[in-house]
Design a binder for this molecule. Structure first.
Ligand code: ADP
Ligand code: MG
Length: 929
């Protein structure tokens, strides 16, 4: 015993007590999950083999351990990180295991908080099994008592997950109602005892005696906590869950004052109590800045209050300078940090497990997680063995005794009487202590026995949440529809053109022929009109009648003549003067009659002549009529032929088109697809490259801004606090403010680009996933379901086209991925800077009212400027909108006009067709008649 034992009651004879011990930090890289693979995510996290080092982009971090990926296997995590802490429990050391990381990074998986049906892989189930295994081996010499509690912190409210009254509520399908405590039940409060121990007043602490029992409580609690899915919006991603196991132990064998007097003999410990907190933290992701959902944003800030405070606590504790200055650690800023006060920088052995996703889309959060976790490595804890106060007192006395004995030996002697008295006194004290301890233990067990709760093993169905469904971004959709030009074969076109030309030529010659026929027909018809202009039959009748009349007249005249001749003969026989006179009169009369007859004869002759002529013209008309008929027949024939030809051509054209379609569908189509795809690929790539370049410029600028100049006005051209010139001071303050604002705008820009790029990436990823799926199915000879989104297009592609599209998508994805990681890196830096500024206080730099006023003035001007500019832009936008509206109207009008014209055209075509058809049928009819 060379060194005097420490007088501190916290020192443990077993060693390790009160020792400085850093928070251990392990990283757990989970594999890419199905959802990420489906999106075509790239693994952007590298683990340096054989070293606990993680690289992402240009950043590199070192931890105590790295599991998963190319690091140590995840199965080694428990043995290396948690088993020592469980061992420590038996020595009386508190311990904490914290799982940190964004939602979906594997916290619950790693911790095993979502315990189900004896699932053994997580840390908590392994802790339980090791714990009970150890207890089994030690139970003959030590009495153990285990308690568990399971709480959740949601929106700065502590919920008791083992509260039996909440059990029934957890059955409700949304899994949310469980969070409300019964109205009669007082809310759970965090209390701090006089010796600085934090306790939860009002939470259920149940005694457990077996693995099975503890597992049942874990299951019950996790059911009441979560909906069991990784949906971003579910409760489990927004709340912190703390499963606490308290181990109390009482050594059964207790040799009074061990003979060998060894202070290292563990048997001297009477009562030890240690707590193990197993913490599944809320998702560490930042609330989306661009989210339009204001409520979620608020909630996001709210639930992150614990993580924010935890970050600040870690920062305060991790900064050696600050720690030495005795800077205030803001434990009281949140319920979480208050509850974990001992775990961070206090009486606990603590291990943090930073869970990360390797996917490029999560690069920013992964970086944030790694930075956060890296800082935690600097935290120094001071774990101590937790004894019962009485045991501590006894130990103290024992140590005192040892010390005195040593002293005694050294001095060479008290009187044996004195020693005897002292020894007796010690023995008495120890006996009393022993009694008291026992009593205490009895009370404790009684106390615990009062509250054995039954577990209703109920079938509470966990609501399986659906995975996050990404909505396809329409950003590049237009690109897919472009380039509809058909790249047909040139020869084909020639052939087609020739055929078409031939057709039109034929049609035009026939048209000419028809025209000629029509002309001739017209001629003949007009001729005919000239010839047969009057009714021949009527004429004939008329002439016939006329001739008959004349004949009659002639006969009458001849009779008259004959009568007169006879009279003359009678008269001449009588031969008298009177008779002579009568004879003369008769002769006169006869003469006129003769001329009359002659006249009539002439007339009759001319009539006969006329009739003859009429007959001739009749002949000519008949001939003409015949000619007309033949022309008409020719015309009909021609029209018929024309129709036939047109029909043939139409048929040929239709079959040609069908053939072409078929060709396109098959062999030639590939060519066409290839051209089209090439154009799409090239354009998309160009657009992507342009976007990436823009993003790179913004990112570079942000990097320069973040690195180049410091964020404090004092660092910006001012001698440290020593202000000589008021004006230059003001100027530099203004410059600083401008710089700050520029940083802000730049962050916004990069963030904007980042969101855009993510959307592009998602769209590319989804297309790639579909193509790969189709490709895989096709290789197995299965036709993929066409109904599914995007499948029809992918299926109709030729295998070659699909391959080239896949290759192109992959290359674009990798460009996008790199750009995303680069942006994420700067955004994470900016976030870091913002955090440090917030905690330090952006305005702490201002030292006088004058400075503040000047800065305010400057800010006022800046803001005024910005508002005016905004107003102007608003006006511009309004004008542009007006113009746009007008253009849209114009477009609409022209569209309706176009439709009208098209309709008209159609009608005309129909009319022409009808006219043609009727002309043909008329021709036929007239031919038949
Ligand atoms: P968190 O609790 O951080 O939100 P989860 O633990 O719910 O994340 O994990 C998200 C998804 O990833 C789950 O489907 C889970 O099964 C899976 N997962 C997490 N870690 C791993 C891992 N190491 N190996 C395989 N799958 C994992
Ligand atoms: Mg979880």
């Amino acid at each position: 015993m060379d060194t005097p034992p420490s007088p501190s009651p916290v020192s443990s004879p077993g060693g390790g007590g009160g020792e400085d011990c850093c928070v251990k930090v392990a990283v757990h890289v989970r594999p890419l999950i199905a959802d990420e693979k489906a999106q075509g995510c790239k693994d952007c996290v590298t683990v340096v083999p054989g070293k606990p080092q993680v690289q992402i982009g240009t950043h590199s971090f070192t931890f105590d351990h790295v599991y998963g990926s190319t690091g140590s296997p995840s199965t080694a995590m428990f043995e290396e990180c948690v088993a020592p802490l469980v061992d420590g429990l038996f020595q009386g050391y508190n311990a904490t295991v914290l799982a940190y990381g964004q939602t979906g990074s594997g916290k619950t998986y790693t911790m095993g908080t979502g315990f189900k049906d004896g699932y053994q892989a997580g840390i908590i189930p392994q802790v339980m099994s090791v714990l009970f295994g150890k207890i089994e081996t030690l139970k003959h010499q030590t009495e153990f008592q285990l308690h568990v509690s399971f709480i959740e912190i949601l929106k700065e409210e502590v919920r008791d997950l083992l509260d039996p009254s909440c059990l029934h509520k957890a059955e409700s399908p949304n899994g949310h109602s469980g969070k409300v405590n019964l109205p009669g039940k007082p809310p759970i409060q965090i209390r701090e005892s006089s010796n600085g121990v934090i306790t939860l007043a009002g939470s259920t602490e149940v005694t457990v005696g077996s693995f099975k029992e503890m597992a049942a409580y874990l299951e019950q609690g996790s059911l009441s906590r979560a909906t069991g899915s990784t949906n971003m919006n579910n409760q489990s991603s927004r709340s912190h869950a703390i499963f606490t196991i308290t181990v109390e132990q009482m050594r059964k064998t207790n040799p009074l004052f061990a003979g060998d007097g060894s202070p290292n003999d563990g048997m001297n410990d009477e009562y030890l109590c240690a707590k193990l907190h197993l913490v599944d933290l809320a998702g560490s992701e930042r609330a989306k800045r661009t989210g339009s959902d204001g409520l979620r944003f608020k909630e996001g800030i709210h639930i992150n209050k614990g993580l924010l405070a935890l970050g600040n606590v870690i920062s305060a504790l991790g900064d050696e300078k600050k720690r030495k200055e005795g800077l205030h650690v803001p434990y009281r800023d949140s319920k979480l940090t208050r509850l974990l006060q001992d775990s961070l920088g206090g009486n606990s052995r603590t291990c943090m497990i930073a869970c990360i996703s390797p996917a490029d889309i999560n690069a920013e959060e992964t970086l944030n997680t790694l930075k956060y976790a890296n800082r935690a490595r600097n935290i120094q804890n001071k774990p101590i063995v937790n004894r019962d106060p009485m045991s501590s007192e006894m130990l103290k006395m024992r140590q005192q005794l040892e010390y005195l004995q040593a002293e005694l030996c050294a001095r060479g002697g008290f009187s044996s009487d004195e020693v005897q008295v002292l020894k007796e006194r010690i023995a008495w004290l120890e006996a009393t202590n022993e009694d008291l301890c026992r009593e205490l233990h009895v009370y404790r067990s009684r106390c615990a026995a009062v509250d054995p709760r039954e577990i209703d093993a109920q079938d509470i169905c966990s609501v399986k949440g659906e995975g996050l469904k990404r909505s396809l971004c329409s950003l590049e959709a237009s690109d897919y529809q472009m380039v509809e030009t058909v790249q047909s074969d040139a020869r084909e076109i020639d052939e087609e053109v020739a055929k078409e030309w031939e057709h039109t030529l034929l049609q035009s010659t026939m048209d000419k022929e028809l025209h000629e026929l029509n002309r001739r027909l017209e001629e003949k018809e007009s001729e005919m009109k000239l010839v047969g202009g009057f009714d021949t039959a009527a004429l004939k009748q008329h002439f016939g009648k006329k001739i008959m009349e004349m004949e009659d007249e002639k006969r009458v005249v001849q009779q008259e003549r004959d009568r007169l001749l006879a009279e003359i003969a009678i008269l001449s026989a009588g031969s008298d003067g009177h008779a002579q006179k009568l004879q003369d009169a008769h002769s006169q009369k006869l003469k006129t009659l003769e001329t009359q007859i002659l006249d009539l004869k002439k007339k009759q002759e001319s009539q006969v002549q006329l009739l003859k002529q009429k007959h001739k013209s009749d002949e000519a008309a008949k001939k003409l009529q015949e000619e007309i008929q033949s022309i008409k027949a020719q015309k009909v024939q021609l029209q018929h032929r024309m129709k036939q030809e047109a029909e043939q051509f139409r048929q040929w054209k239709a079959s040609r088109e069908k053939e072409l379609l078929q060709l396109r569908k098959e062999g030639r189509r590939n060519e066409y697809e290839r051209h089209k795809l090439q154009a799409i690929n090239q354009r998309q790539k160009m657009v992507l490259q342009r976007k990436t370049e823009e993003a790179a410029v913004a990112t570079k600028r942000l990097k320069e801004l973040l690195e180049g100049r410091k964020s404090s006005p004092r660092d910006n051209g001012l001698s440290n606090g020593h202000v000589t010139n008021g004006q230059s001071n003001e100027k530099s303050l203004h410059r600083w403010l401008d710089h700050e604002l520029e940083v802000m705008v730049n962050i916004h820009e990069v963030r904007f680009e980042y969101e855009k790029q993510s959307q592009v990436r998602t769209a590319l990823g989804e297309e790639l996933a579909v193509l790969r799926q189709v490709d895989e199915l096709a290789s197995k000879g299965i036709t993929p379901p066409k109904g599914k989104n995007g499948f029809a297009r992918a299926t109709s592609m030729s295998p070659n086209a699909r391959m080239s599209r896949i290759a192109s998508l992959e290359s674009m994805l990798s460009i996008s991925s790199n750009s995303l990681v680069a942006m994420a890196s700067q955004l994470s830096e900016a976030e870091e800077r913002e955090r440090s500024l917030t905690s330090r206080g952006r305005w702490n730099q201002l030292r006088s009212m004058g400075e503040a006023k000047s800065l305010l003035q400057h800010m006022f001007h800046s803001l005024g400027d910005a508002r005016c500019q905004m107003w102007e832009k608003d006006m511009e936008i309004k004008e542009i909108k007006e113009q746009f509206k007008e253009l849209v109207n114009l477009l609409r009008q022209s569209e309706t006009r176009r439709k009208e014209i098209e309709k008209e055209l159609r009608l005309r075509e129909q009319a022409v067709a009808i006219a043609l058809a009727t002309a043909a049928s008329v021709g036929l009819i007239s031919k038949h008649s």
